[in-house]
Structure formats: C-alpha cells, structure tokens
Ligand binder design. Structure first.
Ligand code: MN
Length: 286
C-alpha cells in the first residue's frame, strides 16, 4: 500500500488524539500596511521545514522523542474580512484548547494574534502576554482601522487590561504609543531582551500567551518580512530569550508570525522561521 502525500511541518505528523501541541496556519495579510505576502508563510514553512533536522543540538532534544506534534493545516480564511477571519482563528484555537491541547499558530500578519488570544483569554482570564517584536503595535487605530496589524497588541490590552502585557525588542512606533506605554498600561522594553529574566520571575506559574513577530530579529538575520527595522536582535539572542520564557512560564498558547516569503528571495528567512518554530516546539516538550 502507498501513502498519500500529506505535507506537515517536519515532525508534526502524529494522530490528533495523541497530540499535545497543535499547529495551524492563519494565512492572512489584508491589513499589512507596507509589503504584503505573509499569507504564504505557513505553506512555505511546511515545505522548507524538511530541510531541518528533527534534532536540536541546542537543547539535545529530538522531536521524535516526543512525537506529540500535530499539524492541522491552514485555515480557509475570507481574506478581506478581518472580523470573520478573527472569528475563524478564535474558533480553531477554542477547539484545540477544549481538547486539552496547546494551540500553536503560524501567521500571517500580526493581527492574527488577536483571534487566537481571544479564545485563550476567554478560557483563561488571568492570562498574560509576552510579546517579541520590532514594533509597538499599540496604535488605537491605523488610518481609522481598529483591527489592524499596527493595533493588535492594543486590542489585546482591551481584553486583559493594565499590567498584563510585556513587550521586548521594540524599536519602532509613533511617540504617542511610547508615551501611552509609559503610563504603565503595558511594560514596553526597548531594543533587546534586557529585563526579560525579571519579567519571567514575576510571571512564574502564571498563564502566558507568547507571541513572536519575527521582525524582532535584525534584518541582516531576517530580511524576508514586510516591515524590516534595523537594529534588531541576533538569532542566538532570540533562542536564549525563547528558552527563558518557555522554561519559566506556563505557556497556554503561542504564535510566530510575519515571515513574508515573496520577500525572502534566498530562502534564508524561511529557514530562520522554521528553526524558531522547531526550537519552540522542543522547548515546550517536557
Ligand atoms: Mn513587527
């Protein structure tokens, strides 16, 4: 007998009943303000992930040691209708949570985080957010649009309220966003991961949603993204920071977003994104 060709992210091919971590793609980029194309990220990452090994020398762990990763594929999204798109993402996340599994979303532009986070916050009211990004994403609206990639963390704040959101690597935004953060509504840490250890210490045992916009990386490491920002972190800094967060926090949901394959002419940024996902999956495995 022959098997049919089903493409999953590498190592994510267990049966759903056996899964502890469930991947899904949210191929959406309608509110992208500069260079679109992140809707292609999850499919391209699935394909290119097979260029990686399942073994991580960083952690001395192999995905095959656990075998509880499931890739549920991409959502079919009505691109152009952010409200319906966010509903679909929320529903998928809700299903995964209700089945007692960890939702792991691959974007897409950063707005997709709001859909997934809504489902998590509904189920786990005391949830906090750790957010890695070059951009604040704290605008009340962007050109009058409140459901925007530039407003996604502000919309999350609408849900969780003050003092629950911790941002790192931030180096771009308008002055009112930085002033708003300074009022204490969120904890905005500029440029790097200084202060991350203290943050996770504070959040020990508390539920955390972890969202990574890959443009937190320096454009020399990760050029294949819609809005690159010079002065970002290096790959090993990001890996260390991911380890710090996942080893110390109770992660209840996560996402990786903003890879833009049409801008990744060398394929190197996709390789970076895949490696970030593999390392996160392994960090989440105990
Ligand atoms: Mn960003």
């Amino acid at each position: 007998m022959l098997n049919k060709n089903v493409m999953t992210f590498i190592g994510c091919d267990c049966e759903y009943e056996d899964a502890k971590i469930v991947l899904f793609g949210a191929p959406f980029d309608s509110t992208t303000s500069y260079r679109p194309g992140t809707r292609f990220a999850s499919q391209v990452m699935r394909n290119d992930s097979w260029g990686l090994e399942t073994y991580s020398p960083y952690q001395d762990k192999d995905m095959t040691d656990y075998g509880y990763y499931f890739d549920s594929g991409d959502l079919e999204l009505p691109i152009g209708d952010s409200v319906q798109v966010l509903d679909a993402i929320e529903k998928r996340t809700e299903t995964i949570l209700n089945d007692g599994k960890l939702p792991f979303m691959i974007g897409g532009e950063h707005l997709v985080t709001l859909g997934s986070f809504r489902a998590v916050a509904k189920k786990i009211p005391d949830v906090h957010i750790i957010h890695f990004d070059a951009h604040t994403d704290l605008r009340e609206d962007y050109l009058g649009v409140t459901l925007s990639h530039a407003s996604v963390i502000r919309r999350c704040h609408d849900i969780v309220g003050d003092g629950k959101i911790f941002q790192f690597g931030i180096r771009s935004g308008d002055r009112p966003e930085f002033l708003w953060a300074k009022e204490g509504y969120v904890s905005l840490n500029k440029f790097n991961f200084n202060g991350l250890k203290e943050t996770v210490e504070k959040l020990k045992g508390k539920p955390v949603y972890f969202t990574i916009d890959l443009d937190v990386l320096d454009p020399s490491v990760f050029p294949g993204t819609g809005t690159p920002e010079a002065g970002g972190v290096q790959f090993m800094e990001l890996l260390d920071a991911i380890h710090t967060v996942i080893a110390n926090c109770n992660i209840v949901g996560c996402d990786v977003n903003e890879l833009c394959p049409p801008l990744d002419t060398s394929g190197a940024s996709t390789a970076v994104a895949c490696k970030v996902v593999r390392e996160m999956l392994l960090e989440l495995s105990k």
